[in-house]
Ligand binder design. Structure first.
Ligand code: HEM
Length: 455
């Protein structure tokens, strides 16, 4: 009898604990998806910062998806007014609510900061309060648990190593590898003289080949499997960019994409281990100007490290291209603890978004010719081009977490362009459709078809 009573008490106790636990879970969930967003929204409204209203669970994600669908429904003319197409939500809301507005990525508030001084505070992160946000599990599979995604002491150590790897002297050994990779690509182009070729795919292969050679001492063919997997993971990332994520649920239930990216992540790790084990024209006048500069510096010789640092006209062309089409369209940080930014009080855990693409397309900064391709605006450097507002040109970010591969990327672009223009005159094919899209980075939706003719 006593045993039955004790069992009964235990069952009642356990079910009460279970109910209490479920109730706490529910309160916590409700707090995250309703109470906190409403509190943040009214705190920002009371400071004069506006934005689209919070909607239960999805925030503004449905609106973003619809705006993007609408913007993408037709190709644009061949002009560079691409901001409203690539980020239609940022374009629309900055017009409606002012440049310093906020919006909702699900139940996560994102504040857009635009003022030079505010951008500097956020990106320079002198007080250690503006951290890279935690990334979603499927993104960690794409970027790895390395320099791009880590924070704190681990990031500091990795960054030191990377700074060293990408420093001046180290490039000496990388240049011949870059040159060989470009030679391989140009070898494939030989049979296509006078015909149309699609170069976006070729450039993806080239970039992968160069990274494989310089980082792993391997070749693209060996690295090919990894880059194919990465391409599939980029697609998963793009699919998930504006998908709603319910707080707390992600840890309990894995989506198909989480599972797939986990599998792909494992494939990449296997391939890297195997590899390490194995070997431990549209702008014809500018094209002509750059070609003349290259021929003056190198003639028909392969480019040298010393020479590429003197390619001034080409640097202007590269900067202008990165201004109009910055591969990374915005920079994100998460506020560790509540803080003051200028006159604004920002609650903890809020995400702060520095809108590079919007800044690059702002006529107030660049002038009325902002949508024109005019490399000579960079003739006297970035400071002059931005009227001393250097935080308005952010293709590689700014501050301690800026792009560690910036010089690597500039060198790679300069070598590739030099070697192409030494041999070929490029014209845009009539089959090219101008349709820049955001798939992790900005890229041409239908490829980049050009025709090459021997110089
Ligand atoms: C045109 C080419 C490239 C562009 C436009 C670009 C752009 C960027 C930007 C904007 C950031 C800063 C992100 C932020 O502040 O949140 C970044 C970070 C980074 N980039 Fe690049 N990048 C390029 C090429 C490269 C290359 C070639 C490498 C490596 C070889 C590289 C490695 C990295 C790494 C490791 C980080 C993270 C640094 C850190 O958090 O400390 N990037 N990149």
């Amino acid at each position: 009898m006593a045993v039955v009573a004790a069992m009964g008490t235990t069952i009642i106790f356990l079910s009460s604990c279970g109910c209490l636990y479920l109730l706490l879970l529910f309160i916590n969930f409700f707090n995250k998806v309703w109470w906190t967003p409403i509190r943040i929204q009214s705190a920002l409204h009371s400071q004069g910062v506006k934005g689209p209203s919070y909607r239960f669970l999805h925030g503004n994600l449905k609106e973003i998806i619809n705006l993007r669908k609408e913007a993408m429904s037709s190709p644009t003319e061949l002009c560079h007014q691409s901001f409203s197409r690539i980020q239609p939500h940022v374009y629309l809301w900055s017009k409606l609510h002012g440049k310093n507005f906020f919006w909702w990525k699900g139940s996560q508030a994102q504040l857009v900061v635009y003022e030079t001084e505010q951008i500097k505070v956020v990106l320079n992160n002198k007080d250690g309060n503006y951290l890279k946000p935690e990334v979603q599990p499927y993104l960690k599979k794409l970027f790895g648990d390395g320099l791009v995604t880590t924070r704190g002491e681990k990031w500091f150590k990795l960054r030191k190593v990377a700074n060293h790897a990408f420093h001046g002297e180290s490039f000496k050994d990388m240049i011949p590898e870059m040159v060989s990779s470009v030679e391989m690509m140009l070898g494939r182009w030989k049979d296509h003289r006078g015909k149309e070729i699609e170069v976006f795919q070729d450039f993806k292969v080239l970039t992968s080949e160069i990274i494989s050679r310089t980082a792993f001492g391997s070749s693209y063919l060996e690295g090919q499997q990894i880059f194919e997997i990465l391409t599939r993971m980029v697609l998963i990332f793009s699919k998930n960019l504006f998908k709603m994520r319910i707080p707390g649920i992600g840890k309990l239930v894995k989506t198909q994409d989480d599972i797939q990216s986990e599998k792909l992540g494992q494939l990449i790790r296997n391939s890297v281990i195997k590899m390490i084990k194995k070997r431990e024209a549209a702008m014809a006048d500018w094209q002509e100007k750059v070609r003349n500069e290259i021929l003056e510096l190198f003639g028909q010789q392969n480019p040298s490290l010393e020479g590429i640092s003197r390619l001034k006209t080409m640097s202007m062309v590269i900067n202008e291209s990165l201004r109009l089409y910055p591969p990374v369209v915005g920079l994100l940080r998460e506020v560790k603890k509540g803080t003051k930014l200028g006159n604004l009080i920002i609650p903890e855990k809020m995400e702060v978004h520095v809108p590079s693409l919007a800044l690059h397309h702002d006529p107030q900064i660049w002038g009325d010719d902002v949508h024109l391709f005019k490399p000579d605006r960079f003739a006297e450097g970035v400071a002059k081009a931005t009227k001393n507002n250097i935080s308005a040109f952010l293709p590689f970010g700014m501050g301690p977490r800026n792009c560690v591969g910036m010089n690597f990327a500039y060198n790679e672009i300069k070598i590739t362009l030099s070697m192409i223009l030494q041999r070929y005159r490029i014209t845009l094919s009539p089959n090219y459709v101008h349709s820049p899209v955001l798939v992790l980075a900005i890229c041409p939706q239908h490829g980049l078809q050009v025709t090459i003719k021997a110089v």
